[in-house]
Design a protein around this ligand. Structure first.
Ligand SMILES: [Zn+2]
Ligand SMILES: [Zn+2]
Length: 281
């Protein structure tokens, strides 16, 4: 598939990258199970791997369906753009950086606003960390409002298909940071989100909670005070374990808990709204 085709149909990008993802998975599986070279919580356990793949499938289907609506919305908003931005090598680099900035705030909001955490928690509820953890995604992201965070780029004047392409390129990159096979990467640790930085992000060690929101570049965490280097061995998971490998339970458990909390008797509308907007416990 040519690059031009990919820009016009960015939804194919992750499919094009799939063979590389599966090679990485095979290598990690081999090193972990066959050679016993990885820690216990990096090894592939069938119920969880099946759950992770099912979550990826559910996410892909709903993302494609919601994507049709969101693409239409982006096109409508693009009609009111502030500038006409021609895509050159320089504006593409600018878009990559601007997209990553938007991703940082999307990700930070996903941890600090319970309505958004209800979707994002799916990605964090595993107590293991390997490449298949990257596939744990929520089918509820369109409801949580992920698409809002890239609207500013469309309003500024970046073509929506390029915006979606860079969002998916960033998600493709982020597959590679979900592993315990790779240690620290020297000078790259200063600029890029790396496996080491992202292991911290998945940690429940108190100093690691709500740290390293980076997508591609770690610079935003350093600028906005959310950076934490990997020092202590990471314990993976969340403070409220989900204890299930059923993809439907995993996808909806926090939505259910949140709705139960917001529907308690004797709460005012403002208090109910606060339940949805405050940080999760
Ligand atoms: Zn996160
Ligand atoms: Zn992750």
């Amino acid at each position: 598939m040519s690059v031009e085709n990919l820009i016009n149909h960015p939804e194919w990008l992750l499919v094009v990258l799939a063979p590389i993802f599966f090679l990485c998975i095979l290598l990690e599986y081999f090193l972990g199970i066959r050679k016993n070279k990885l820690p216990e919580n990096a090894q592939y356990k069938l119920p969880e791997v099946l759950c992770n793949f099912s979550l990826a499938g559910l996410h892909q289907v709903t993302d494609l369906l919601a994507g049709l609506l969101i693409a239409q919305l982006y096109l409508n908003v693009f009609g009111f753009r502030l500038f006409d931005i021609e895509m050159t090598a320089w504006t593409f680099i600018l878009l990559l950086v601007a997209q990553d900035f938007c991703y940082y705030w999307f990700h930070r909001a996903s941890h600090r606003i319970r309505w958004m955490w209800a979707a994002h928690v799916v990605h964090h509820s595993s107590e293991n960390m390997n490449f298949t953890t990257a596939f744990r995604q929520s089918l509820m992201y369109p409801v949580a409002g992920m698409w809002v965070f890239w609207l500013p780029l469309v309003i500024i004047g970046f073509d929506p298909k390029w915006v979606v392409f860079t969002v998916l390129l960033s998600l493709g990159y982020q597959f590679f940071v979900h592993t315990q096979m790779v240690g620290k990467l020297g000078w790259l640790e200063w600029i890029m989100n790396t496996p080491s930085h992202h292991r911290v992000h998945h940690g429940v060690n108190p100093q690691y909670i709500d740290k390293n929101y980076a997508g591609v570049f770690i610079i935003w965490d350093k600028m906005f005070g959310t950076f934490e280097p990997e020092q202590e061995t990471v314990r993976y998971g969340i403070t409220k374990p989900v204890n299930s490998f059923n993809p439907i339970t995993v996808s909806f458990v926090e939505w259910r808990d949140m709705i139960v909390d917001a529907s308690q008797k004797n709460l005012s509308m403002i208090q109910r709204l606060k339940v949805l907007m405050k940080p999760p416990k």
